[in-house]
Design a protein around this ligand. Structure first.
Ligand code: GLU
Length: 448
C-alpha cells in the first residue's frame, strides 16, 4: 500500500513550532514509506484566513525543507462539500436546528450545573416538518447538525493504540452554520476521502473530532483512514502553544538566525524516548523515523535547548556546506582555515561576520596606559611571516620571558588588543588569519 498523508494548516496565523512539528512528522512518515504528502490549506474561514498567511506557511515549509507533492485548498472545493452534504441530507444523517447561540449556552450551563456533560439534547430532532418549513418561510435560517449513531466508535491510533468513544457521549456536531458556511468537521473528512488519504497525523486536540469523522467517513460510504494523534507541545511553563497567543513563530526563529535543521532535529525526536542529536540531513531523520517512538507524555518546548542544538549543528558543519551562505552574509573571502578556527565559537551562522571583521577589517584598539610598554615589547618580538598554528605559542612564550607576565595578565591584554573581545576562538588559529601587518598595527594602538 502506498501511503498518503496531509498537513492541513489553517492560514489564520504564522506557523509556530507546534505546527512545524506536525508538518515534519507527516513529512518524515511519508518519506520513510515512499508516499505522498498533501499540503491542504484549510482556508474556508473567510474572516480569519489571509493569502499572506497562506504564503507564509509555504515559505516556512520550504525553509524547513518539507516539500509537499500536492497543494489543495478547501476554498476551491465547495462543490464537493455541497455534494457530500446533500448526500447526508437525503440519507437523514443531518438535521436542521434553530437554537440561538444564547439558547445553546444556557442549555450548556444548565447541564453543567446539574452535573451532566454538556451534550446537545437533540431538541431539534423533535421539530415537525411543518414547524421547520414555517420557520424557514419566516426567514429563520437553520444550522445543521450531523446525527451521530449512538454506538461504540473505535479506531486504531499509531500513537495511542485502540481509541474508543461512545457515540451518545458526543454532541451531534454542527457541520453547516446558519449562514450556509461549512465548519471544519465535514470538509476535512470529504477531502480525506477524495484525496485518498491513508493516514491522518495530527495533534491530540483532534481525537474526539476523529471519533466523529469515523462516523462521517462511514456515512459517506468510506472506511476511515489510520490515525496518529501526537501529544501537543507546551511551552516551558506547561502552557499550550498557540498562534493567537503569539507563540514563537518560525519566522521569528529564522530571523534570529536559527538553522532549519536544528528545528527539524529537535522536532523529529521531541516527545520520543530517542536522543536528540543535531542532524544535517532530513533524509537521515526520515530513515530513522518511527511513529511508535512517540509517547503519551506532553513534551515541553524549550527555546534554549533549540539554540544549544543550533550551536552544536553549526560546530558540525563543514566549510563546503556553508561557503555560499557565508558569502551571502558578507564573509566574502572566507577560507576553510577561517571557518574551522571560528566555528567552535558560533551560536549561529551570522556570528561568522563578527569574526570575519575582526580578522580582516580595519579596527582601532584601545590600549590602556599601563599596557603600552607591554604592547611595544610584544610587537618587537613578533616573528616574521609565514605564520602558522605554532606562531602564537612561540611568540607568547618569548613575550612571557621578556615581560615577566604570565597567565591571564599575559594573554587577556593580547586577546583584547587583537580582537576587542574577552572571549573567542583560539588565538593560535586567529593570529595567522589576522596576519602580521594588522597585529603589529593593533599592538601600536593604530587602525589595522
Ligand atoms: N486545520 C486543522 C488544524 O489546523 C486541521 C486538522 C486536521 O489535520 O484535520 O487544526
Amino acid at each position: 500500500m502506498t501511503v498518503t498523508a496531509r498537513f492541513a494548516p489553517s492560514p489564520t496565523g504564522l506557523m509556530h513550532i507546534g505546527n512545524a512539528r506536525m508538518a515534519l512528522v507527516n513529512w518524515l512518515f511519508v518519506k520513510k514509506l515512499g508516499g505522498t504528502l498533501i499540503l491542504r490549506l484549510d482556508d474556508t474561514d473567510r474572516e480569519r484566513t489571509t493569502p499572506a498567511f497562506a504564503n507564509a506557511i509555504q515559505e516556512d515549509l520550504q525553509w524547513l525543507g518539507l516539500q509537499w507533492d500536492r497543494l489543495e485548498k478547501q476554498s476551491e472545493r465547495f462543490d464537493a462539500y455541497d455534494t457530500a452534504f446533500e448526500r447526508l441530507k437525503s440519507d437523514g444523517r443531518v438535521y436542521p436546528c434553530f437554537e440561538s447561540s444564547e439558547e445553546l449556552e444556557y442549555k450548556r450551563r444548565r447541564a453543567l450545573r446539574a452535573g451532566r456533560a454538556p451534550i446537545y439534547d437533540r431538541a431539534a430532532l423533535a421539530l415537525s416538518r411543518e414547524n421547520i418549513n414555517a420557520r424557514i418561510e419566516n426567514g429563520e435560517q437553520p444550522h445543521w447538525r450531523f446525527k451521530l449513531n449512538h454506538s461504540k466508535i473505535t479506531f486504531d491510533d499509531l500513537v495511542r493504540g485502540t481509541v474508543g468513544f461512545q457515540g451518545e457521549k458526543l454532541s451531534d456536531p454542527v457541520i453547516v452554520r446558519a449562514d450556509g458556511t461549512y465548519l471544519y468537521m465535514m470538509p476535512s473528512a470529504v477531502d480525506d476521502i477524495d484525496m485518498r488519504v491513508t493516514h491522518v497525523i495530527r495533534g491530540e486536540d483532534h481525537v474526539s473530532n476523529s471519533a466523529i469523522q469515523v462516523q462521517l467517513f462511514e456515512a459517506l460510504g468510506n472506511k476511515a483512514p489510520t490515525f496518529a494523534h501526537l501529544t501537543l507541545l507546551t511551552d516551558a511553563g506547561g502552557a499550550g502553544l498557540s498562534k493567537r497567543a503569539g507563540s514563537l513563530s518560525l519566522q521569528d526563529l529564522r530571523d534570529q538566525g536559527m538553522e532549519a535543521m536544528a528545528v527539524n532535529s529537535l522536532l523529529a525526536r521531541l516527545g520520543t524516548s530517542e536522543d536528540i542529536e543535531p542532524s544535517q540531513c532530513l533524509s537521515d531523520l526520515a530513515s530513522e523515523f518511527d511513529m511508535a517512538a512517540f509517547g503519551r507524555a506532553t513534551p515541553k518546548f524549550d527555546e534554549e535547548r533549540l539554540w544549544a542544538l543550533n550551536a552544536k549543528l553549526i560546530h558540525d558543519t563543514s566549510f563546503g556546506m556553508v561557503a555560499d551562505r557565508l558569502r551571502d552574509i558578507g564573509v566574502e573571502t572566507a577560507t576553510e582555515e577561517f571557518w574551522e578556527t571560528i566555528r567552535p565559537n558560533l551560536n549561529k551562522l551570522s556570528d561568522a561576520k563578527i569574526w570575519y571583521d575582526i580578522c580582516f577589517a580595519d579596527t582601532t584598539p584601545v590600549i590602556v596606559e599601563e599596557d603600552r610598554n607591554f604592547m611595544d615589547q610584544a610587537r618587537r618580538l613578533l616573528p616574521d611571516e609565514p605564520w602558522d598554528e605554532t606562531t602564537w605559542s612561540s611568540w607568547t612564550s618569548s613575550v612571557k620571558d621578556a615581560s615577566g607576565r604570565k597567565g591571564r595578565s599575559l594573554f587577556m591584554p593580547l586577546r583584547l588588543v587583537l580582537t576587542g573581545l574577552e572571549h573567542g576562538p583560539e588565538l593560535k588559529g586567529l593570529l595567522p588569519l589576522i596576519g602580521r601587518k594588522r597585529v603589529s598595527a593593533r599592538l601600536k594602538g593604530k587602525t589595522g
